[in-house]
Structure formats: structure tokens, C-alpha cells
Design a protein around this ligand. Structure first.
Ligand code: AKG
Length: 324
């Protein structure tokens, strides 16, 4: 569904917009089931290795991982690592791709970035488990993680809750109308190794943050300059979400580049907002033949993942403990 003019204006003025009905809740079912099936596989393999006896197979998607975690945190971590990979976006199932390339999503994304759409592999699956602190994300701008060459461009974050996201289960907090002030100072070493903007460095008082509650089926759209964070989950359901990223094909990207695993990253590989991960075209009127299918997406993901010396963006952020 294309966004209304009012939604588009709101996005560019405020730095975010919450659209409550991009999807019907049923549209999210294939991805929920694919993730649930992957969890089931990993739990069964842990049981085969003798690491657990209670599979909690009767528990729903919203609760099973919590039960596994509470029985034994190491098993919970193993399931999460299997799903998230080392960086957070490790899962490359067909339903993950179908979500990234979903026509309803692309129609909304087109309203903000135009018809030539590049998707980024910098997507993340986030099971925020009740009582587990590592799901709490400190204040940051997504550009704090990206290469400076994209600071002047829109890289769109689409945050998709797979359950209703509420203040109680730790939805995001967003600092509105602060996205035109550039990238502020970040520090390394925030909670769970995330980057963090200290309160004093925020472009406005954190008291002015809005609480970005979003129903299942809705999407929170944000710019790469919009400061945001997320709070603890105080419920007994897992706050499952995925955050997907898109940009116009006119914004620097590594579409079409295939890095060599043992070779120093070429300038073409580095010409991307987030050079360690693969970009791919998901919609194009100019060159429809270049739109990625599932196989290309997986092949690109695997090639980039195999690179040994990843070309991390260097922004020179200092550790949070270094003072100032
Ligand atoms: O899902 C969350 O709690 C935080 C998401 C986030 O920080 C992001 O999408 O950049």
C-alpha cells in the first residue's frame, strides 16, 4: 500500500512514521512459522546432543525461546546465535526474502525512496526475551554504524513487529524532528556491545522521545539519522521483530559487486552504506532484469559472509568508558 501524502510529509518532518496497517497480520505468518521451524530444528539438535531434555514443543512462538532460555541460558544463546548469525541478520530463509521483497512493503518503501529500490543485507531479527538485557538497545542513529559516504542520503529502516509492540514489551523510543542535524557522537561499548549516544550528546532531550508502539501488521519507518533506542521487555511474551533496510538505487551501494573472500576489499565493495554486507535490487522499472530472486540473494549473502577481512565502516567512535 502506498503511503498517503500526509504520512510521507510526517516522515520527512518528524524523521519517522508509524503505519499501522502495511500488512494484514496473516501476511506475517509465513515468516513467523519459518522462524519457529528453525528454532524447533535447533532445539531438537541440542536435545540430540544431550544438552536439554524439555523441548517446550507445546509453547507458542511468543514463548518457546523464553522457556528454553530459562532452563539453560547457554541453550537459549545457542538458538539465538543459530537464528541471528554473528551480526544479527543471519537467517536467509525464503520467507525472510519474501518479507524483504513483499509487494506491500515495497509499495510503502517506494513512497519514501522512489521506484528504484535496493535492499540491504543489514536486516536484523530481534527476539527480545523477557528479562534478558541484551535485547535492550541504547540510543543510536543507524548512520552511527554506516559509512560516512551515506550521511547525506536516506537509508530507510522499516521496523516490523511480529507481535504487537507495546511499551510494556519494549517497543522503540524515537527522538522526533532531530534527523537533520547530522550524525552525533556515538561511543562503543553500549549495552550488549551496541553503539550508544550518551544523553548529553543527543540532539534533543530524551524526555521528548515518543513511544513507538506498533501493532502486528504495522511498520515503523525511520531515517538513518533518527535517534532511537528500545527499552526492557516487562511482559511474558517475546517481542519478536525484524528491521529491514532500503535505499534508492541512486544512493551508494554494492549491487552487482561480488567480493573475493581472501582479497582486500576493492573500492567497488566499499562503495556502500554498509560495505560488509550485500546489497541487492528488489524493485526496478529501469532494469527489471536486475531484480534479485531468492537464489541470487542467498548467493550474494554467502559470498559477502565468506569475506575474511570485512570492510567495516570506520567512524572512529571511542569507548564509552573513555570519558567525555
Ligand atoms: O528492535 C529494537 O529494539 C531496536 C531496533 C533498532 O535499534 C534498529 O532497528 O536500528
Amino acid at each position: 500500500m502506498a503511503m498517503s501524502r500526509a504520512q510521507v510529509e510526517f516522515f520527512f518532518n518528524e524523521g519517522y512514521v508509524i503505519v499501522p496497517d502495511v500488512f494484514a497480520p496473516a501476511d506475517l505468518e509465513p515468516l513467523r512459522q519459518e522462524i519457529a521451524a528453525r528454532i524447533d530444528r535447533k532445539v531438537r539438535s541440542l536435545a540430540d546432543e544431550g544438552k536439554l531434555t524439555n523441548l517446550h514443543a507445546e509453547e507458542p512462538f511468543e514463548r518457546r525461546l523464553t522457556r528454553i532460555y530459562r532452563d539453560n541460558p547457554a541453550n537459549g544463546e545457542a538458538v539465538m546465535r543459530d537464528l541471528e548469525g554473528s551480526g544479527g541478520g543471519g537467517h536467509t530463509g525464503v520467507e525472510m526474502f519474501n518479507m524483504i521483497a513483499h509487494p506491500k512493503m515495497l509499495s510503502a518503501v517506494e513512497s519514501l525512496v522512489g521506484p528504484e529500490i535496493v535492499a540491504s543485507s543489514v536486516y536484523r531479527i530481534r527476539p527480545k526475551i523477557p528479562g534478558i538485557g541484551r535485547g535492550i538497545v541504547p540510543w543510536h542513529q543507524d548512520s552511527g554504524y554506516f559509512a560516512p559516504l551515506c550521511d547525506q542520503h536516506l537509508v530507510l529502516t522499516c521496523w516490523v513487529p511480529l507481535v504487537d509492540a507495546t511499551v510494556e514489551n519494549g517497543c522503540m523510543q524515537i527522538l522526533p524532528r532531530t534527523h537533520r542535524q547530522g550524525v552525533v557522537r556515538h561511543h562503543t561499548g553500549g549495552n550488549a556491545h551496541f553503539l550508544v549516544i550518551k544523553d548529553n550528546d543527543l540532539p534533543d532531550s530524551p524526555q521528548k522521545a515518543i513511544t513507538a508502539e506498533c501493532p502486528r501488521g504495522g511498520v515503523v519507518f525511520m531515517t538513518n539519522m533518527t535517534p532511537h533506542c528500545s527499552t526492557p521487555n516487562n511482559t511474558d511474551v517475546i517481542r519478536w521483530s525484524v528491521d529491514l533496510r532500503y535505499q534508492s538505487a541512486d544512493v551508494p551501494n554494492n549491487v552487482g559487486v561480488w567480493p573475493e573472500p581472501q582479497v582486500e576489499a576493492t573500492p567497488e565493495v566499499q562503495m556502500a552504506c554498509y560495505p560488509p554486507e550485500a546489497d541487492f535490487i528488489v524493485q526496478s522499472r529501469r532494469s527489471p532484469e536486475r531484480v534479485a530472486n531468492y537464489d541470487t540473494y542467498v548467493a550474494r549473502r554467502m559470498r559477502f559472509d565468506a569475506v575474511e577481512n570485512k570492510p567495516w565502516p570506520r567512524r572512529g567512535w571511542q569507548p564509552a568508558t573513555a570519558g567525555a
